[in-house]
Design a protein around this ligand. Structure first.
Ligand code: CP
Ligand code: NVA
Length: 333
């Protein structure tokens, strides 16, 4: 298996075997890290990390993973570069491609990361766009693998806004890896039918399935994992909050719903999560809309925190696998 020289823009571009290889490679790096075995074979390489939207996990994962692999990093923050303001994405790609061995991009439209990839002769990695968040899915799948062993045949239920990066990418990942993917959301929050059709074809090949429903109780029944995300994503206008809260409050992950899931089930969240009011936005919106929690209750979040924080840690190991595999070939020992 070699992924050397490839971009990592969406899981649509990767086969089942390639995705499983990245998950296995991540598990191998995780073991090495836990054993204190150095794996800095990429010494002398440098990567650029472009963040047009803010981040905790993704940024830290790219930085720590790059350093573990022996590489240098340059972080370009949402305000600190010329990108999009004084310099086109094409020219930026041509400049960075000459200085760096790989480029990470987090920001807005998928077309931006695609344009970066087209114009830079080095691997480009998607660290989240409006449409996709592929590195997150690798971490989610590694986490499910750690809890359940086999991924194929497991059921993952996603509750909330399924038209955006997380809903789209989870559906692609599950379809390719043979999971049963369920969405519980109001119909207007279902993913684009064209993407659903593409995923249905992959699911048919992998033995998975896709089910979209407005019936939250039916969708969580016997699920192995329940997943949710914030109701309002980065970059969306403030005006959407009111409608989102009204539409998605009936799809909150609650203890009653977790009780309907399979024995040994887990809760997953890409984070950050509004499970209490201990954040500036949480406190502000909580007061404005008389809420104490949003997409998940604090009770569920705390009870299932082990899986959620395993998932957060796995961002680093999986991002390491993506960089490593696209920059060099590895023999998993
Ligand atoms: N899950 C995730 O992408 O987190 P950050 O926004 O902190 O990177
Ligand atoms: N849907 C969220 C995911 C954050 C990791 C967002 O785009 O803000």
């Amino acid at each position: 298996m070699t992924l050397k020289g490839r971009d990592f823009l969406t899981l649509k571009d990767f086969s089942t075997e390639e995705i499983l290889y990245l998950i296995d490679l991540a598990a191998w790096f995780k073991k090495k890290k836990k054993n204190g075995e150095l794996h800095d074979r990429l010494k002398g390489k440098n990567v650029a990390l472009i963040f047009e939207k803010t981040s905790t996990r993704t940024r830290c994962s790219f930085e720590v993973a790059a350093h573990d692999l022996g590489m240098g990093t340059t972080y370009l923050d949402p305000a600190g570069s010329q990108i999009g303001k004084k310099e086109s994405i094409e020219d930026t790609a041509r400049v960075l491609g000459r200085m760096f061995d790989g480029i990470e991009y987090r920001g807005y439209g998928q077309e931006i990361v695609e344009s970066l990839a087209e114009n830079a002769d080095v691997p480009v990695w998607n660290g989240l766009t409006n449409e996709y968040h592929p590195t997150q899915i690798l971490a989610d799948m590694l986490t499910m693998k750690e809890y359940f062993g086999e991924l194929k045949g497991r059921t993952l239920t996603y509750m909330g806004d399924a038209r955006y990066n997380m809903g789209n990418s989870l559906m692609i990942g599950c379809a390719k890896l043979g999971l049963n993917f369920r969405i519980a959301a109001p119909g207007k929050y279902f993913p684009d039918p064209a993407l659903v059709a593409e995923c249905e074809a992959w699911a048919e090949e992998s033995g998975g399935s896709i089910c979209l429903s407005e019936d939250a109780e039916a969708m969580v029944a016997d699920a192995d994992a329940v997943y949710t995300d914030v109701w309002v994503s980065m970059g969306e206008p403030d005006e959407v909050w009111e409608e989102r809260i009204r539409d998605l409050t009936p799809y909150r992950v609650t203890m009653d719903r977790m009780k309907r899931t399979a024995k040994g089930s887990i809760f997953l969240h890409c984070l950050p999560a509004f499970h209490d009011l201990k954040t500036k936005i949480g406190a502000e919106k909580g007061k404005q809309f008389s809420l104490t929690e949003m997409e998940v209750t604090d009770e569920v979040f705390q009870k299932y925190s082990a899986s959620v924080f395993d998932e957060a840690e796995n961002r680093m190991h999986t991002i390491k696998a993506v960089m490593a595999a696209t920059l060099a070939d590895w023999e998993i020992g």
